[in-house]
Structure formats: structure tokens, C-alpha cells
Write a protein that binds this ligand. Structure first.
Ligand code: MLT
Length: 407
């Protein structure tokens, strides 16, 4: 008899964003004349930039010519992209990451979800609350938690991110083996200072722990004092992996390209306490289960690092950040407190009521979609997340509707 992985039965109903999409579709069915404005899932709305799309087209044409055609590429990604990444994203900021330590993939969601496979099932994991649901759900699926009770899975160490700590979790009192961190944070939009990240790096070094650092939103950082990479902290390359994405900085949500940095110095331990290279393990996993991102997509991603590509992507970021400013201004006027929106495309608003009720109210009264904070964890209850990814016109319209619905 075929049996299932019963850990899946512990999962909460459905994936947050699928749940929201279903509710919105139902609302739209029942209200076909209403124009719904989506400020929920963090999906970009502007097309790929001219420089990126030109590189993409050119590479597609190369694929049609026997002389330039490419079959299977290196699983880890083409050298031209890995080199551009390390020079621009790390070495230029004083972080000594090499191309060999970069693994190109089809998404930071997949990478942050898949990485847990290389760790033992009996490790202690610290997960922020609220949190991007992928970190949590993939560990539930792998059997690293108990049942869900009172809004939390048993067996995990939750790191509360609340008003009290400025939405930057403090070090756990107990010893943990694996820590998930995300800055600029999804969902709260908070950022961590160099000093705060240095405390985590020190904790990891002292406890032989590992940090999984999700920096998918680094391009939105405006304040030059805020670190963009954990490798700007000394010693982090011994205790941290970093996840990056072309989705939000260059509009690749539908094109798919991301990368994970696994430094050669990073180790985890076998049952006898011997250090084992995480680079070797992840490489083995990647080569076995992944055949690389397509050549045209990698060419398009490399174009993001050309001088023109950088300028165009910066303009895209500025465009979305202008939306974020308008959302923040509206919330100030309405007297709602919030965090984020300054160095992040997300604004985390204290809705002063149940998150899902607030979500339904906004949908029904304003036809605006947000994301209920409760979907990101117990500490998210009472909050909603508004995303700045949409056109100026739609964000302007949405803020007018919010003002009407909330005042
Ligand atoms: C979000 O809205 O939290 C993200 O866009 C989802 C994702 O990137 O997978």
C-alpha cells in the first residue's frame, strides 16, 4: 500500500498566497464590475528593462543557430553570470565571495525551501515570527516539527519580531543549530544594522550554528549604512549562506533567476562531530536534482550588471519606492502606525484589528488586496502587509480608496 508523508498533514490549510488568490477570485466573481487593485503578493508589474530584454532576445537567437546553440549548461550556472554577481554584489562591497561559491537557480523560494534537505532532521531551528511561509512549511514537510497548536508548530524556536524589538529578532536564549534571517524583511520591511547582524554572526560562531540569510530585497535599501549582504560582516562567510533573487530588483518573477551563495569555508557537522563542507553537499544536491537555468535567462540576468542595466533597474526600484512613500504618507495621514516602506517595498501596518477581518474589509469596501499579517505567523496577527509593487496610477487610486474606507 502506498502511504504518504504524514508531515504534510500537519501543514496549515493551503499556502498563504494561494489562499488569498482564491478569496480574491471569489470576490471578483461576485463583483465583476469592481476593479480590484492588488497590493498583496510582492509581484512586480513593470516589464523587463530594454537592456535586459535585448540580451534575452540575442541569446534566444543564439539558441536557433547550430554554431552558437547551447545544450545543457553547468548546473551551477554560467561563469559569465557568476563572475558578474561576485564582482558587483560582493567584491564591490568588500565581501570576498568567489564565483565558485555562487549557485544560479530558478528562484530564492525554491532555494530557501530546498536547502533544508542537506541538514539533519533532528536539528533545532530558529524561525522568525512573522516569517516568509516557505522557511516554515518546508521544515514541517521534512518532519522537523511537531503538530500545530495555538498558532505555532511544536519543536521550533520562534523569534518574535514585534514593535518592542523594532521587528528585528533578538538572539535566542537557548542553543539553536539553524537560524533563518531575512533583511530587508519579508513581511515587515524592517532592516538590520551591521551591529545587529554581527551579533547573529557571533552567536552562530559560538554555537556552531548556521545562518540562512535571505537578501532577496536588498536592492530596495536606500540608507547606505545598512548592510546589503551578510558577508559585509566579518566572519560571516564561515557561518552563513545567502539567498538572492533577480525577481524584485530586475523584474524576473516570471522569468525566474536567482542565486545562492555557499562559501567554501561553511561547514556543518556529521554525527561524529566532523566538519563537512556545505559547498560540497549543496553542489551534490544541485547536480543531482537541477539542470541549470536556461542560457537566455542567464544572459538576461547578466545584463542587469551592465552599466545601462544597473541604471534601468535602479529606475525601476525608485519607481516602486515612490509608491511605498505614497502608501506610508497615506498611513501617516490616517493615523496608522507602520514599519517598512523606507528600505523595502513592503509596509507592515498595525491594523488595530484581526488581520483577516481587515483584509476582508479592505477587499469589500475598497477592492484593494493586501496580505493579512496573521498569514505570516502569530506575531503578525493584527497587522496587514501592503506591497508597493504596482503602477503609480493604481497605487494612487488604492490610497484614495483606503482613505475613504478607513477614515
Ligand atoms: C511575497 O509576496 O511575500 C513574495 O512575493 C512571495 C515570493 O516571493 O515568493
Amino acid at each position: 500500500m502506498i502511504t504518504i508523508n504524514e508531515n504534510y498533514l500537519k501543514l496549515q490549510a493551503s499556502y498563504l498566497f494561494s489562499d488569498i488568490a482564491r478569496r480574491v477570485a471569489r470576490f471578483q466573481d461576485e463583483n465583476p464590475d469592481k476593479e480590484v487593485i492588488k497590493l498583496g503578493i510582492g509581484d512586480v508589474t513593470k516589464g523587463l528593462t530594454p537592456t535586459v530584454i535585448n540580451a534575452f532576445h540575442k541569446a534566444v537567437d543564439e539558441m536557433a543557430d547550430d554554431a552558437t546553440f547551447r545544450g545543457y549548461g553547468p548546473e551551477q550556472g554560467y561563469e559569465f553570470l557568476r563572475e558578474a554577481i561576485v564582482q558587483n554584489d560582493f567584491q564591490s562591497r568588500g565581501a570576498n565571495i568567489t564565483a565558485n561559491e555562487v549557485f544560479i537557480s530558478d528562484g530564492a523560494k525554491c532555494d530557501t525551501g530546498n536547502i533544508q534537505e542537506i541538514f539533519s532532521t533532528d536539528i533545532t531551528i530558529a524561525i522568525p515570527d512573522p516569517v516568509y511561509p516557505v522557511y516554515l512549511d518546508t521544515n514541517v514537510m521534512a518532519g522537523r516539527t511537531g503538530i500545530f497548536e495555538n498558532g505555532r508548530y511544536q519543536g521550533l524556536v520562534y523569534l518574535d519580531s514585534t514593535k518592542e524589538n523594532n521587528f528585528v529578532p533578538t538572539l535566542p536564549k537557548e542553543k539553536v543549530d539553524l537560524v533563518y534571517l531575512c533583511f530587508p524583511n519579508n513581511p515587515t520591511g524592517s532592516t538590520a544594522t551591521k551591529e545587529e547582524l554581527a551579533e547573529w554572526v557571533q552567536y552562530a560562531r559560538e554555537n556552531k550554528a548556521l545562518i540562512l540569510f535571505d537578501a532577496a530585497y536588498e536592492a530596495f535599501i536606500q540608507n547606505t549604512d545598512i548592510p546589503k549582504s551578510i558577508y559585509e560582516i566579518e566572519g560571516a562567510d564561515e557561518v552563513a549562506l545567502e539567498f538572492r533573487s533577480f525577481s524584485k530588483n530586475a523584474g524576473f518573477t516570471g522569468t525566474r533567476c536567482a542565486y545562492t551563495v555557499v562559501p567554501e569555508k561553511c561547514v556543518a557537522y556529521d554525527s561524529e562531530g566532523n566538519p563537512q563542507s556545505l559547498h560540497a553537499l549543496w553542489n551534490r544536491r544541485h547536480c543531482t536534482k537541477f539542470n541549470g537555468v536556461s542560457y537566455p535567462v542567464q544572459k538576461a540576468a547578466a545584463a542587469v550588471y551592465s552599466p545601462e542595466g544597473k541604471q534601468e533597474c535602479k529606475e525601476r526600484i525608485d519607481y516602486y519606492m515612490k509608491n511605498a512613500q505614497l502608501i506610508c504618507k497615506t498611513m501617516d495621514e490616517l493615523g496608522y502606525s507602520y514599519v517598512g516602506g523606507e528600505n523595502s517595498p513592503y509596509i507592515w501596518i498595525d491594523g488595530k484589528t484581526d488581520s483577516w477581518e481587515f483584509f476582508d474589509m479592505l477587499l469589500n469596501k475598497a477592492a484593494v488586496v493586501c496580505t493579512p499579517g496573521a498569514g505570516f505567523g502569530k506575531c503578525g496577527n493584527g497587522y496587514i502587509r501592503i506591497s508597493a509593487f504596482n503602477s503609480h496610477e493604481n497605487v494612487e487610486k488604492a490610497t484614495l480608496r483606503l482613505t475613504e474606507a478607513l477614515s
